[in-house]
Ligand binder design. Sequence first.
Ligand SMILES: Cc1cc2nc3c(=O)[nH]c(=O)nc-3n(C[C@H](O)[C@H](O)[C@H](O)COP(=O)(O)OP(=O)(O)OC[C@H]3O[C@@H](n4cnc5c(N)ncnc54)[C@H](O)[C@@H]3O)c2cc1C
Length: 391
Amino acid sequence: MTSMDAAILEALLDEQHPRKLEASTWATENLRDPDLVERDASCTFWFEGWQKLAAAGHLGLIADSEYGGGGMSLIDALLTYEGLGHGCTDDGLIFACTSQALTMQLTLERFGTEVQRKDWLPALIAGEAFGAFAMSEPESGSDAFSLTTTATPVDGGWRLDGTKTWVTLGPIADVIIVFATTDRALGRWGITTFVVPADTPGLTIGPNMAKMGMRTTPFSTVTFDGCAVPDEARMGAVGAGASIFSAAMEPERGFLLVGNLGALERVIDTTVEYARTRQQFDTPIGAFQGVSHAIAEAKLGHEAARLLLYKAAALQQRGTPSMLVAAMSKLASSEAALKGALTSIDVHGARGYVTEFEVERDLRNAAGGVIYGGASGIQKNIIARLLGLPT
Ligand SMILES: Cc1cc2nc3c(=O)[nH]c(=O)nc-3n(C[C@H](O)[C@H](O)[C@H](O)COP(=O)(O)OP(=O)(O)OC[C@H]3O[C@@H](n4cnc5c(N)ncnc54)[C@H](O)[C@@H]3O)c2cc1C
């Protein structure tokens, strides 16, 4: 067995892996915000928490040390993010962190030019800049390659026109990875990727949109109206945008929900504790089978999703195709987090429903997981297609 295989096995088998526990303990001690309920209500991002994540190196765990990253293995980074999700009750903060690190930064590091990497990665990792990834549009969601934002060649560069939406960290972004079509007739082969500073004239960021959950992660529209960028803003070849997007989706699909899995474990811990202590009919409610079996199912969902996530990581780290497992990982994590959070509300009764007890927020935070990173229906399509079913 190689040392990499041993590390993967340890991550799979040891739910209380030391690296995960260390991150969870750090988050519990450093990322407890007494104002979280108010910030959640007002959709306010926690800049101080972000700076703490940056100072601890959590914003660049897997990035190369040349750009200020930690150069950590994927498995170790995921164990850390899982621990952060477990220890930090501001799920939106951890979602913002994993979203920037696993989707935006990783894409920049893999496909950006050396200048783009040097311009942005050190600042992103140090918490001095925010990065966003803009693919979705009002009329193109699951059918991502039907996007209509255009990139028109102009002297020495490109003019971008169109509107992106649901852009995580959009309202505070300093740099945005943008996908646009240079030739709609070519369909997906006409899509090109750009790295655009948010202060470029012609780029307008919309206001932070209030949403059901993950309310502490800001998101918004980003509109391009005659936004001129030099050719040096291009990432990859003209027409390579769909390939870059697909490559970016593998880690997003496989691992973006890692923080939610940590949070689900916290939800289960809290629910077990409540069911052990809350008495009705002179009996702890956890002794009623209707309650205990629901919690057992939540644990089953959590464990199965966790095994799939680390299997997807193991395959990616080995360079083995992982699309099927990554789609199953995304589906299992998001659905387990949602179902587990609903069980928690049920077990907590009215206390689960009332804001001050901070149980209902877990359900709202979990709901978005079945949408972003590719909705559940799309993950099922991928699984069906890879099984050889006609789609
Ligand atoms: C919290 C959050 C953060 C996000 N962050 C970003 C971001 O940073 N950048 C970005 O670009 N986007 C982001 N998104 C957008 C996200 O990627 C899209 O919402 C997602 O791809 C789904 O697109 P849609 O919302 O248009 O839904 P639609 O595509 O309209 O889908 C609606 C429903 O129809 C189903 N459906 C659609 N097509 C099929 C099909 N062929 N087969 C079966 N079912 C189907 C879907 O499963 C879903 O249930 C974010 C979304 C959320 C909620």
